[in-house]
Design a protein around this ligand. Sequence first.
Ligand code: SF4
Ligand code: SF4
Length: 395
Amino acid sequence: MDKNSVNRRSFLRISATAGAGALLIPGAAASGLNKAVETQKTKFPTRTLGRTGIELPVLSMGVMRADNPNVVRAAYNAGITHFDTAHGYQNGRNEEMLGNFFQDKPRDSFYIATKGKFEYPLRDTFEADYTALLDLSLSRLKMDYVDWFYTHALDSVEQITDERVIAQLKKFKAEGKIRHLGISTHALKPELIDAAVDAGVYDVVLLSYNFKLNNLKETDEAIARGVKAGVGFVAMKSMTGAREDAEGKKKVNSTACLKWVWQNENITTTIPGFSSFDELDECLAAVSDLKLTPDENEYLANLRNQEMLFCQRCGECEKQCKEHLPIPELMRAYMYAYGYRQSSLSHETMAELSLPQEICKSCTNCSVKCTSGFDVARKIAAIAPVRNVPVELLT
Ligand code: SF4
Ligand code: SF4
């Protein structure tokens, strides 16, 4: 298929999705106001977050995609206590929304986790830059401290064990700006879990964890070692990109996906990124019985070998790509647009990459064989045009 025709059609579809989303916002907000008042406290099973000793419901809120404070209100009213954001989400508006919502709530009635990225290798100004980043997050959140702070999206042992990073994190903790330290990683490498555990300073690890993981056994073993050492584990990407298919047409069964994660009692809680009342309701319904039904087991088994949106980040594609493109990051950008329906996050993800303006230009045929069966060239052709769309026009 001609790459340009894919580009244009996919771009039009993303634009159409953006329009539909914008039209739906007033209705969603209106129904939400009712639900926020009506929502009853849910009886959540709880688990302890490692040596922090903090007891958390197995369901938490990944706030990343949410921009309606009434959804946060509904989650809080339902009994969710842990809210996960990051310095970069929605250009800071995500932290601001949480700050505005929680400013009049008792500080011991919720837990806030945020995350901050740093460039690696570290710049000379790392300490001052990272301090400014955390201080800005705290001022947006209108809080003196966050309950745990993750160094964000790490993918190497060096980043986790770097002495300057650890010294700065310990300083934040001594100053009372952070209660607990953590790392977040999308990298699916058990050695990163081991490095965080062995470093002895990180109390929490936030990691991608779902039924599609190819290296599940090794990951589970590393998690078990971490739990033994007192580290708490929080799962993200539990919905594998939120859609069943590579085109992002059909919503995944979120109940089955969440229940699958909860089967591992070493995972304290998950942070599904619900952004609407219906999505919240689906997550709340899943909590009523954590056990997978035979139908749900069969559903997940049927999806296990199907091409979906979740990239395993095995790195095999990067070795084969003629232009040495950061394909796992591009697959993540694709998942954000076609799975989460959040093309602004795709834009943000790609803006952080060094990409040629004309991507895949040197190839007539793509030589990459993806271990998950992704047609990477088609997905790259579909997502790359989003870089050129003004961010204010995106969802
Ligand atoms: S080979 Fe496929 S699954 Fe592995 S990192 Fe590349 S795109 Fe992801
Ligand atoms: S077509 Fe395939 S091999 Fe060529 S640059 Fe794109 S991803 Fe890499």
